[in-house]
Design a protein around this ligand. Structure first.
Ligand code: NAI
Length: 252
């Protein structure tokens, strides 16, 4: 018997990085997992890895900024596995690096559309399914960039601050109905997103991040997955509206 036996979990952005690790952790702990992402090959890879390890998972091609896709994602969870208990709203993009006045409206709309609107659309679709199922637990991915500013990426920072606000509001609204809503704030984690990034002047984000992190290394996606799984577990039964920072001391 493992802690999520019989439960259904949705993980967005589960084709790579933090989402992939967390989807696998939920499956190891007994959940049936809906793997939702725009990246089809990566998502099918996550499902194959889960099935090879003896777990249950289904891939749904989902753009979290599209309300129809998000509705279909939740429908798949309910139709395939009989309900919804856990959701990790994690899909995100960083967008282009430029000072605020040089940011294009297109980049603003694209980043806010995925990173903030996407989390809102997921909550809006997931909460009714959880209410039907007697409650649940949700974690949204914010960032240390949801706690302090980071030059060059204002659409991302604004979205990640917004995710914390959305998290607190949903927690307040549904705590009486057994739905807990929390956020996780990763520091710099070794994922494809970070490996792709350069700072505005072209320097490696990885080198700068390691230098700025008291623990002197990047985080591993599994270290964020462990925090997310804990927040969704019975061990966190009195924790809601909280933001859990996993950053190797970066914001200390
Ligand atoms: P990643 O790039 O490895 O994973 C992001 C996943 O989201 C990808 O599989 C991508 O295909 C998917 N995705 C992108 N746009 C999507 C959309 N419109 N609909 C559905 N899926 C979409 O990056 P990583 O690092 O695993 O990021 C996961 C989350 O963690 C993001 O929200 C990111 O902002 C956040 N984060 C990451 C940090 C890091 O250092 N890696 C630090 C703080 C936060």
């Amino acid at each position: 018997m493992t802690q999520f036996d019989g439960d259904t979990a949705i993980v967005t952005g589960a084709s790579t990085g933090i989402g992939e690790s967390t989807a696998k952790r939920f499956a190891e702990d007994g959940a049936s997992v809906v793997v939702a992402d725009v990246n089809v090959d990566g998502g099918e890879g996550t499902v194959a890895d889960i099935e090879d390890a003896g777990g249950a998972a289904t891939f749904v091609e989902t753009d979290v900024s599209d309300p129809d896709d998000v509705a279909a994602m939740v429908e798949t969870a309910v139709d395939t596995y009989g309900g919804l208990d856990v959701a990790f709203n994690n899909a995100g993009i960083e967008g282009e690096s430029r000072p605020t006045a040089d940011q294009s409206i297109e980049n603003w709309d694209r980043v806010v559309g995925v990173d903030l609107r996407g989390v809102f659309l997921c909550l809006r679709a997931e909460i009714p399914a959880m209410l039907e199922d007697g409650g649940g637990a949700i974690v949204n991915t914010s960032s240390v960039a949801g706690q302090v500013g980071f030059p060059q990426i204002s659409p991302y920072v604004a979205s990640k601050f917004g995710v914390i606000g959305l998290t607190k509001n949903a927690a307040l609204e549904y705590s009486g109905e057994d739905i807990r809503v929390n956020a996780v704030c990763p520091g710099v984690i070794d994922t494809p997103m970070v490996r792709r990034s350069t700072s505005g002047d072209g320097d490696s984000v990885v080198d700068r991040a390691v230098a700025a992190t008291p623990m002197g290394r990047l985080g591993h996606p599994d270290e964020v997955a462990d925090a997310v799984v804990w927040l969704c577990s019975e061990d966190a039964s009195y924790v809601t509206g909280e933001t859990l920072t996993v950053d190797g001391g970066f914001t200390s």
